[in-house]
Design a protein around this ligand. Structure first.
Ligand code: BV8
Length: 248
């Protein structure tokens, strides 16, 4: 599929827009993606640091992995891609509808001013008890735990990052909200995602069933590029400000 030439999208102020983002939208902020060359999964074994089994086997290793990412994220700032999406939300807020479903756990969309955000894979800067029956609630937490996994003061279980690991279910309410919004949208945009992680990778198919425009902005053509009606190959921080120039 060839790349289209970026020009302003014809999104009306009363339109309903759903945007899905992945690690590529934060790449220009200096945050490593997962599956690009030199990405996170080349440095760490996914099974050992992003699954419940890996955490049970070695919570210290998992906390070293997430602590390094916390430190990196706290050194980074939103980039023009994050800011363009926040501007699109403001453009639509009077008469339209907007929902940003992000697979990213870095919080950069929120720091760029996006409000209607579904952090569907959780948040890197939150910590929760690994014992689901424990009464303690997840807490905002920017601390590093490189010298050993922390324990819950309430029940003594390991504390864990408040993210969704492989083999874990996404929050059902967030999933419901995402699917409802997509089933009712006029535009579906995807930015900076390899389209391999389910169930989010399948969301474009819901939009395809509705027959609405499906716009992809990505550095490389991802696995599911053919599910989109237009594909803009390039850096999100350069392409999005052109596509969304009407909102800036
Ligand atoms: C679940 C944790 C039910 C937080 C993450 C159906 C088919 C196949 C497999 C499955 C399926 N259903 C379920 C599965 C299993 C699994 C899965 O999808 N596996 C895949 C990998 C085969 N899914 C799950 O386990 C999910 N749970 O379905 O529950 C269940 C329960 C039990 C058993 C079965 C099912 C849970 C998925 C969530 C996993 N947690 N993260 C964290 O540590 O971050 S996923 C992880 O991948 C991150 O969240 C990341 O965001 C996400 C997706 O990756 P991308 O964001 O797309 O990043 P990637 O590096 O891959 O790509 C970046 C892209 O950007 C590239 O294309 C690149 O070209 C582009 N790019 C780079 N720079 C730029 C750019 N684009 C624009 N501008 C740039 N500058």
């Amino acid at each position: 599929m060839i790349s289209d030439t970026p020009r302003p999208l014809n999104i009306a102020p009363d339109a309903s827009v759903v945007v899905v983002t992945g690690a590529g939208v934060s790449a220009e902020s200096g945050i490593a993606t997962f599956r690009d060359k030199g990405g996170v999964w080349e440095q760490y074994d996914l099974e050992r640091v992003a699954t419940p089994e890996g955490f049970a086997a070695d919570p210290d290793l998992v906390w070293r992995f997430y602590s390094e990412r916390r430190e990196q994220v706290l050194r980074c700032d939103p980039n023009p891609a994050h800011r363009a999406l926040a501007a699109l939300e403001r453009f639509l807020q009077a008469r339209g509808r907007f929902l940003l479903v992000t697979q990213n756990v870095d919080g950069l969309h929120q720091r760029a001013g996006s409000r209607e955000v579904l952090p569907i894979h959780g948040s890197l800067l939150r910590t929760r008890c690994s014992n689901d029956g424990c009464p303690t609630r997840p807490v905002d937490d920017e601390r590093s735990y490189k010298n050993g996994a922390p324990r819950c003061p309430e029940c003594g279980s390991w504390l864990r990052p408040d993210v969704v690991w492989f083999g874990e279910y996404l929050d059902p309410e967030m999933e419901r909200q995402a699917r409802l919004a997509i089933a009712d949208c006029d535009w579906f945009l995807a930015v900076g995602t390899s389209g391999v992680v389910h169930p989010v990778a399948g969301y474009v198919e819901i939009a395809a069933d509705m027959g609405v425009p499906r716009v992809l902005v990505n550095l490389e053509p991802p696995a599911n590029v053919r599910a989109f009606t237009s594909f803009y190959q390039g850096k999100a921080g350069e392409v999005l400000p052109v596509l969304l120039s009407f909102a800036l």
